[in-house]
Ligand binder design. Structure first.
Ligand SMILES: Cc1ncc(COP(=O)(O)O)c(C=O)c1O
Length: 463
């Protein structure tokens, strides 16, 4: 990048506070400034091309240059650029999209509330859980259980659900009524010699113990990503969700599926809930809903929840929740076109067809001395880098090796994301076989350089 005095990079440093960025490091080094998109590639303002192996932030399912989405947005802008859904009004695309989402999602979900981001959808889910229980006359039922390694966003309730310490530190979070239970990551959290079956039995037991310790009458809901994304692409053992849901059922606790990453084909089924057998009472969606071309998210709820909200809104005079840009006609029009394209191009089947090439291709790196585990399903995967394979010992400090890897891959023209020392892979779902090969070559080059650097630095425990 160029950090000349009036360059875009230096003006960025001067004026822009970046999310999820070390601000001092950014002042010293500047940011890559992306100018254009072409299929699965993005091009920076120096003309360098990168294969975007993370679809941005797990979101640009159709890549970065889908003309039909541009047209859907501009047609809608020309026709009706804005309207809201407050006070018995709405715009036509919002109606069509709500109907479409109810058709696509599990049958028990019957109503859609629109928001603008995954965080807002999850904050709305928490507020709805509280509102629902107040409406039913059980104000003591307010606690929401989330999981270690869960990521649900950064607004106040969502950041409280998110278990990563970096999301809560010095923000005076979490808020009350949010509690956490274990993550279904066998590689990291199973006891020595514990089978997957015994591991999931233990997680279900831990959940039940937590509910009993808190008082079942105080626990309202459980939120989970079908597959945990930002926590490290954690694919749960097959027996995990059935056992967790049996516990939730026993204590009449609502299940909220956060499909913000998993939704719309990513795991090889339309929703992660199908892949892993969840029967949620509520579901949040965002990201690939519009291929991220415009901000839009949604919360879907079951009929009993809707009925309680409806009664209470009548009692109070209104459901006192809503966003100026919720159900935005331009966002809804782009989302509708996105869903149409997913169907026309059989995107779910496409993900299934491409998954073996990506998953097996990455598993080849399992032999590296610094790769502890390669995991994933569909077109989402990760490789966890470790200092010592036998002991599964993480590198110290966490993230240094992962950052080296992603910087190296970036120099080779492939953008991955390191979650600590776990390298995440989540390319646009339109990626081709040839482009997956390029992605894997970039991974191989970065891994070779990282192995050499780790040995040189003496960071590996076995060196
Ligand atoms: C599973 C999940 N839920 C919620 C969010 C938050 O979404 P947003 O960044 O749009 O607020 C994310 C973001 O990565 C996510 O991965």
């Amino acid at each position: 990048m160029s950090v000349g005095s009036n360059s875009a990079a230096s003006r960025d440093i001067a004026y822009h506070l970046h999310p999820y960025t070390n601000a001092r490091k950014n002042e010293a080094e500047g940011s890559v400034i992306i100018d254009r998109g072409e299929g699965v590639y993005v091009i920076d303002n120096q003309g360098k091309r990168y294969l975007e192996a993370m679809a941005g932030l797990w979101c640009a399912g159709l890549g970065f240059s889908e003309e039909r989405l541009v047209k859907a947005a501009s047609d809608q802008l020309a026709k009706l650029p804005y309207y809201h859904s407050f006070a018995q009004k709405t715009a036509s695309p919002a109606v069509d999209l709500a109907e479409k989402l109810v058709e696509m999602t599990p049958a028990q979900l019957t109503k859609v509330f629109f928001a603008n981001s995954g965080s807002e959808a999850n904050d709305t889910a928490v507020k709805v859980v509280w509102y629902y229980n107040n409406a039913l006359g059980r104000p003591e039922r307010k606690k929401v259980i989330s999981r270690v390694k869960g990521y649900h966003g950064v607004t106040i309730a969502a950041a409280s659900l998110t278990a990563m310490p970096y999301v809560q530190a010095d923000f005076d979070l979490p808020i009350q009524n949010i509690i956490h239970t274990g993550a279904p990551h066998h590689y990291r959290f199973a006891k020595e010699g514990e089978s997957e079956e015994a591991f999931t039995d233990r997680l279900a037991q831990e959940l039940e113990d937590l509910i009993l310790a808190e008082g079942p009458e105080t626990v309202a809901a459980f939120i989970g990503e079908p597959l945990q994304g930002a926590g490290g692409v954690i694919v749960p053992p097959e027996s995990y969700w059935p056992k967790i849901q049996a516990v939730l059922k026993e204590y009449d606790i609502l299940l909220i599926a956060d499909e913000v990453i998993c939704g719309f084909g990513r795991t090889g089924r339309l929703f992660g809930s199908e892949t892993f057998g969840l029967q949620p009472d509520m579901m949040t969606v965002a990201k690939q809903l519009s291929s991220a071309y415009v901000p839009i998210s949604a919360l879907l709820v079951s009929d009993p929840i809707y009925q309680a909200i409806a009664d209470n809104s009548e009692k109070l005079g209104s459901f006192g929740h809503g966003y100026t840009y919720g159900a935005h006609p331009v966002s809804a029009a782009v989302a509708l076109e996105t869903l149409k394209i997913y169907e026309e191009r059989n995107i779910v089947e496409r993900v299934q067809a491409l998954a073996p090439q990506l998953q097996q291709g990455l598993r080849r790196f399992q032999d590296s001395p610094i790769v502890g585990e390669v995991r994933g399903i569909g077109l989402i995967a990760a490789a966890e880098l470790v200092a010592d394979k036998a002991g599964k010992t993480p590198f110290e400090p966490v993230g240094k090796v992962g950052s080296y890897f992603t910087a190296s891959a970036q120099a080779h023209g492939v953008i991955f994301r390191n979650l600590g020392d776990t390298i995440a892979v989540c390319p646009p779902m339109i990626i081709t076989e040839a482009e997956i090969d390029i992605l894997l070559e970039g991974f191989a080059a970065a891994l070779a350089e990282t192995e050499a650097w780790v040995a040189e630095q003496g960071l590996d425990a076995v060196a």
